[in-house]
Design a protein around this ligand. Structure first.
Ligand code: SF4
Length: 331
């Protein structure tokens, strides 16, 4: 690991001002569960690390507002997973957090940092000996003709087929959550489903955020759609593993017909993936297992498997179908 300067501001405004003063080469640091790994691997080598863990007022969870739940960006994942309002009104969000990482990591990692975690593609995290457009733009993609069992079947490009690895962002995308950010140019709100970029020809650009933009909170709209929801995650082992396929699903029924449906996919796409057409196919109809399966097949209609990950299409269809039935049972 290379030497770096370490700064620890107390307020968000001070943090973004420090970033501006020390750019390029400055990085925000919160729980450190991703950044320090990447620094040890040589993937990231910031000249200045700005520790935002002591920023005032960004670690709380505010459930006092009728219209939205507000989660400070520095709230630990475990606090959000255990919060009574989250468990009652957004079970998919609580489950996505419970099923992510280990208890130690959930205690340490913040929700803001979790949104920005980087891919687990082994070529990206290797010692720099592999072609990787995300790590070195223009160098190629070793995964295209290499081992790509864990890679994306949706949203990939010729430049990159890496999966977005997170769970929480998938649930937040399903709930139309928004992140509030702060930068030297002021505040802005970014819908979670627009936060992560498709790789296209620039896979090194992973989000729409500028380098100096700091996530300060997450806002989740409150309403009946959240309560009948689930995060269904399939992985190689039941603990401390990334998704091979996952689905954050919510349904709202009127009588026996679907009034609203949300389906977001994880583990199969280059970014948290909303399946809009699949959602529309359910609205106005009874939620039978056959209807759920048709929607799940629609969600994967555009899938483009690679040499080793074709199983993700069938697995993803089963995952979405099962998730819809679990959500129905909770409605
Ligand atoms: Fe790099 Fe993306 Fe290819 Fe992995 S899939 S080697 S991250 S360019």
């Amino acid at each position: 690991m290379r030497d770096f300067a370490y700064l620890r501001p107390r307020e968000a405004g001070e943090a973004v001002a420090l970033h501006a003063r020390h750019s390029p080469g400055a990085r925000y640091f919160a729980g450190g569960t991703t950044l320090f790994d990447l620094m040890k691997l040589g993937v990231e080598s910031p000249a200045t690390v700005i520790d935002v863990t002591r920023l005032e007022g960004l670690a709380g969870i505010d459930a006092s507002r009728r219209g939205e739940l507000r989660i400070g960006a520095l709230a630990p994942m475990s606090d959000v997973a255990e919060h009574a309002t989250v468990q009652r009104e957004f079970p998919a969000l609580s489950e996505a957090l419970w099923k992510a990482a280990s208890q130690q990591l959930r205690n340490m990692a913040t929700v803001g940092g979790n949104l920005l975690q980087r891919t687990r593609c082994a070529y990206f995290r290797g010692a720099g000996e592999y072609a990787c457009n995300k790590r070195v733009p223009g160098s190629g993609c070793a995964a295209l003709d290499g081992l790509n069992r864990g890679h994306a079947v949706l949203g990939a490009s010729e430049a990159c087929v890496a999966v977005y690895p997170g769970d929480m962002a998938v649930a937040l995308a399903a709930f139309d959550a928004v992140v509030d950010t702060l930068s030297p140019r002021g505040e802005r709100a970014v819908p979670v489903r627009e936060l992560h970029r498709a790789p296209g020809s620039t896979p090194h650009l992973e989000t729409v955020l500028a380098e100096d933009e700091l996530i300060v909170r997450i806002r989740v709209p409150r309403g009946p759609i959240g309560r009948a929801s689930t995060y269904h995650k399939v992985r190689d082992r039941e603990s401390y593993a990334f998704a091979l396929a996952s689905a954050a699903v919510a349904v709202q029924l009127q009588g026996n017909r679907v009034a609203d449906a949300r389906i977001a996919l994880g583990g199969v796409a280059t970014r948290p993936w909303r399946a809009d057409e699949a959602e529309r196919s359910l609205v106005g109809r009874p939620l039978t297992r056959a209807a759920a399966r048709r929607a799940a097949e629609l969600a994967f209609a555009e899938a483009r498997p690679l040499a080793h990950n074709g199983f993700k299409v069938a697995l993803g269809i089963e995952t979405v179908t099962d998730a819809l039935m679990i959500a129905k049972d909770r409605s």
